[in-house]
Design a protein around this ligand. Sequence first.
Ligand code: SD4
Length: 334
Amino acid sequence: MANRRRFLQLSALGAGALALNQCAEPVNTPVAGDAPVAGTGSAPLILSTWIHGLDANRKAMDVLNAGGSLLDAVEQGVMVTESDLENRSVGLGGSPDREGRVTLDACIMNYDNTCGSVAVLENIDHPISVARAIMERTPHVMLAGDGAYRWALENGFSRTAIENPVPEAMMKWKEWMVESKYKPVVNVETHDTIGLIALDSEGRPAGACTTSGMAYKVHGRIGDSPIIGAGLFVDGEVGAATATGLGEAVIRVAGCSGIVELMRAGAHPEEACKEMVERILRKHPDSKDLQVGFIALDRLGRYGGYSVYNGFNYALTTPDRHEMVDAGFMKKWM
Ligand code: SD4
């Protein structure tokens, strides 16, 4: 109870700081997922970022229904998005870095805190599977770049047959080169990174996150998505959270780890996401186009999402629901 009061005080402080710092009007939204939907022994619950999450969630639910493990479900769920070559922010269909190379970041985490991660991986179809293999077959958590690629080839993965960047991404990159301005591009409105978090019917959480990262980034840049604690965090005692948006801002506050800690202290998942958005805005008082969105769920099956700007939504799947939910937000995108 004391913790809960403290959380509310922290939130109130955050809102005060925001009112001072933001010119855009803060927007209040109702808390999502108030009623537990997946209490122990009942339904699985799957959440994932953006509209592409619907297909990913469906796959994850199919895997669970077929008796697959929770890790199989989160991995195979996001593999659907990685396979979609129309997607410009996940998988080999993604936008390249400023050198014209598609570099992929991914991580996976289970309820027992085992986790694996890969960053700056090139020419592999499913970075999430490499992240899982690193978790299961090495004493390490994270491999990056050429070492990760070579490790993947030595461990049963093949070099992709897909020419990348795919033609449309290549064309856009060439247009960007003509202007030759280095401005990182994070899509404020739709279709970004996929972060998928799930709770099985025994109330155990897990998650996966995968992205091609920020378009036209410096070669070698690593965002939040493969960083355990930033783009994804899972704790079997509490729940799970994942992020989308400007990775640097998420890393600076260890966003998903912070959300899980707020939930551990008693916050509803949506309140925890909101508090983290407020915290990010307090740390970036002058930023006008910073977009970050979080989703979270707890062991009780409560869930929610929150973003800096409107436009962020997430896919929610339970045995009797399969739909998009608009996240709460702080500011309206003009
Ligand atoms: C990153 N968070 O690399 C990822 C990408 C993303 O909108 O979500 N883009 O920073």
